[in-house]
Design a protein around this ligand. Structure first.
Ligand code: ADP
Length: 487
């Protein structure tokens, strides 16, 4: 600031022979504008004051005194002061807009880089299971394959499909969470049930990597008011991570107890551990500690972001700790406990009354605009001795249904032209179709999607890829109907 004042003063002195008493404040004004842009508001305001004093002393007649004569000099001084302050304020606001723009631009660039990185990583992870799938198929096609090889190839296909499905589910979940459209279906659940289900999900990985898993739970029943599916997913994620990020033959502990009005769950492992910097970012979406290709563990960096959001949605918190790299990690989940039991524990529901009396061959109409999906579903049903017809859109389905009179219609929901929901409504209005079993098959499985399909007249809502065992049970009439999804 001192330099700006000095430059303004020297320049004014140099041009003084030409300007004389004219524009005594002009050069200080320029200095103010420069300072406001380059140094900010305060240096500019101080410059306004000092500049006014200097101009008054050096260039306003009578010179070398702070007393000036004449009303026009007072007006000049006041105008310069007012202009200086206004210009400083204006430039300050321009500066903050410019810096906000620069920040947004940087954020957008970073987001673009992260998106590119994510797409590269997601393609890599989604592509990984395709190799074994292709190989296993080739094995199955070979006429010389032994029974043992055949079985192994089928198991590989099953495992890889499960893995792919989990990746896609995680992607859908994170997008729903980002958009804030995830819905919880809360009910009274016992902690033990959640832990057992999560352990069952993580068991293949824990077992595959030969870890020893210790589970300890309080003896007394502990209840939560929570969405069991989402909490099982949360715990299974933590257990799967513990199994993934621990070298084979490690140890994993899951300890879950009630503490006052909270449920405290600890998942600890003897794995690769985390350092301080990693601990702060692993709960962010798409964050992975080691992203080098050799370090891949078959994840998308979404699991912990999901864990954190789901725990938060339940009114809880999750944190991670580790003594450091190579020294294991611990994940601590705190959730509100249900201190007043709402209802006595419910014994597992009996199978729902049969929608269709027996597993006898049925007439099934499969509707799906995805030809491969429709064909494979038809093959699968034909293998079970059902009589199957296939079509690709709602209008043909309505026509065919009139002639074929199916006992069951299995239809996709998102189809061009008539949607599956509309098809269900129109099917129900056809003669002889009121009692047919209508099954929706779709990629969307939120409670709102289910209630929409229920309202359209569907009996069942299955999420792709369809669990064939569940479909068999539905067709045999022995499937358990979800509590809130009545006939
Ligand atoms: P993903 O496992 O798909 O990479 P997550 O969100 O589940 O994504 O985890 C994010 C990162 O946190 C992982 O990439 C890993 O580096 C680290 N991490 C998660 N769990 C553990 C653990 N138990 N031990 C060490 N590191 C872990």
């Amino acid at each position: 600031m001192a330099v700006a004042l000095l430059v303004a003063t020297v320049t004014r002195v140099l041009v003084d022979p030409w300007l004389g008493d004219v524009a005594p404040h002009g050069f200080y004004m320029i200095a103010t504008l420069y300072l406001a842009w380059s140094r900010g508001l305060w240096p500019a305001l101080i410059n306004v004051l000092l500049g006014a004093a200097l101009a008054n002393y050096l260039f306003v007649p009578p010179r070398y005194t702070f007393y000036d004569e004449g009303i026009e000099h007072h007006i000049n001084a006041a105008l310069s002061f007012f202009l200086g302050v206004s210009a400083s304020l204006l430039i300050e606001s321009l500066r903050s807009v410019a810096s906000e723009n620069a920040r947004l631009c940087r954020l957008a660039q970073e987001a673009a880089i992260r998106r590119e990185e994510f797409i590269a990583m997601a393609s890599h992870e989604l592509r990984n299971p395709l190799g074994p799938l292709r190989n296993a198929l080739t094995v199955l096609e070979d006429p010389g394959t032994t029974l043992a090889q055949n079985t192994e190839a089928q198991e590989i296909i099953e495992r890889q499909l499960r893995h792919l499905t989990r990746l896609v589910d995680d992607l859908l979940d994170i997008s729903r969470l980002t958009r804030g459209v995830i819905e919880l279906r809360k009910e009274q659940v016992e902690l033990r049930t959640l832990v057992e289900a999560a352990v069952e999900i993580a068991q293949p990985l824990v077992h595959g990597r030969q870890h020893v898993l210790n589970v300890s739970l309080s003896d007394k029943p502990v209840y939560l008011y929570a969405d069991p599916t989402r909490l099982i997913q949360t715990l299974a994620n933590l257990l799967n991570n513990a199994a993934k990020y621990t070298n084979p033959r490690g140890r994993i502990w899951l300890h879950a107890v009630a503490e006052d009005d909270q449920v405290v769950i600890r998942v600890r492992d003897t794995g690769i551990g985390l350092d301080g910097e990693a601990l702060t970012r692993i709960f962010e979406p798409f964050e992975q500690v080691d992203t080098s290709a050799h370090a891949t563990h078959g994840g998308l960096g979404i699991g912990l972001a999901l864990v954190r959001r789901l725990v938060q949605l339940h009114g809880g918190q999750v944190s991670a700790s580790s003594p450091g790299r190579g020294q294991g990690s611990e994940f601590l989940v705190r959730l509100p406990r249900l201190t007043k039991v709402l209802q006595p524990p419910v014994p597992r529901k009996e199978a729902a009354p049969r929608a269709i009396a027996s597993a006898a061959p049925q007439r099934i109409l499969v509707v799906d605009d995805d030809r491969a999906n429709a064909r494979t579903m038809a093959m699968l049903l034909a293998l079970r001795k059902h009589e199957v017809e296939v079509c690709q859109d709602g209008a043909s389905a309505l026509q065919l249904a009139g002639k074929f009179q199916p006992d069951v219609v299995l239809t996709d929901l998102g189809m061009p032209g008539m949607s599956g929901l509309e098809l269900a409504r129109q099917l129900r209005a056809l003669p002889g179709m009121q009692h047919a079993l209508l099954i929706a098959v779709t990629g969307y499985g939120q409670p709102s999607d289910r209630s929409e399909s229920q309202a359209a007249g569907f009996d069942w809502h299955l999420v792709k890829p369809v669990d064939t065992a569940q479909l068999d049970r539905i067709l045999q009439g022995t499937a358990e109907r979800p509590m809130d999804y009545g006939p």
